[in-house]
Design a protein around this ligand. Structure first.
Ligand SMILES: [Zn+2]
Length: 124
């Protein structure tokens, strides 16, 4: 059961990433948006809407290095391979879900008007 839920989230993350890429909002995840240092842990800056390093930002919306690597892997994986190549633990799943929720709300501002989108993320 848990594995099925994780696979659903993997498909959701894949969809989120593809949608963001096609809309022109591909997230910058390799380097800090402000100082360009390679990211170990990333913090979503509420002003820039981008990930920044711990020296540049102290947001509560944080993703660790494992989650950053997983997101990078989503960029480079064909949909036919997504169910076999990912090993998401609960912490990474929650971090990535929270990151995408806030990233999408920042960059696609009409999503703030969608009660279905807001409520979906409150429930899960
Ligand atoms: Zn920085």
């Amino acid at each position: 059961m848990l594995q099925k839920v994780i696979i659903l989230f993997i498909i959701l993350f894949f969809f989120n990433i593809q949608l963001l890429i096609f809309l022109g909002y591909k997230p910058l995840i390799a380097n800090c948006y402000r100082c360009n240092q390679k990211l170990e842990n990333g913090f979503l800056n509420g002003t820039s809407g981008q990930l920044e390093c711990s020296r540049c930002c102290s947001s509560k919306i944080k993703i660790n290095s494992l989650s950053i690597k997983l997101i990078h892997k989503f960029f480079n994986t064909h949909i036919d391979k997504i169910d076999t190549l990912f090993n998401l633990n609960q912490q990474s799943l929650n971090d990535i879900k929270k990151y995408f929720f806030h990233y999408i709300l920042y960059h696609i501002q009409n999503m703030r008007k969608s009660k279905a989108y807001i409520n979906y993320h409150k429930r899960t």
